[in-house]
Design a protein around this ligand. Structure first.
Ligand code: CU
Length: 155
């Protein structure tokens, strides 16, 4: 059992190392079915810096802030404001993250932000290894996609 666990770790590490060394854009087997994150979509725009206002279609805006830039679990906080400048919780917000240089290796899939009592949208992000990460944040209102933005951070 112990040996099995060890082998799994070695396998995972070697796959990760291989992905890192593979030339950019290389697609093993020419497969077109590699994982696609929301950030790959042309509808997903690069976000300005943390704490800056980002306008939402139809009025209102949001800001985002990532906790400490370090390995492990870090909380991403999003605050949304309506046209009147007051906080709003009318959206469902989803985040997804991965390492661009190892696409799919750490892909989180869509994860829903939870709402805190202070009306902050919060998402724990698991930074599993040093390097560059891309995080996308998508907003939905009444089930419809209204906005998607992404940013990168290097640990
Ligand atoms: Cu990796």
């Amino acid at each position: 059992m112990k040996l099995f666990s060890f082998l799994m770790v070695v396998m995972a590490l070697s796959v990760c190392a291989y992905s890192k060394e593979a030339p950019a854009g290389a697609k093993p087997g020419g497969s077109a079915s590699s994982p696609v994150t929301a950030a790959d979509s042309s509808a997903c725009k690069p976000l300005p810096g943390e704490g800056e206002k980002v306008e939402l279609p139809g009025g209102g805006w949001f800001t985002y802030k990532l906790g400490k830039k370090e390995l492990g679990t870090v909380v991403l906080k999003v605050q949304v404001f309506g046209k009147d400048g007051k906080r709003t919780t009318a959206h469902d917000i989803f985040g997804s993250y991965d390492m661009p240089e190892m696409k799919g290796m750490h892909a989180s899939g869509d994860r829903k932000f939870s709402l805190s009592k202070k009306q902050d949208y919060l998402l724990p992000v698991d930074f599993a290894m040093p390097g560059e990460w891309e995080i996308s944040v998508s907003f939905r209102k009444a089930g419809k996609a209204v906005y998607c933005g992404y940013f990168r951070v290097t640990l």
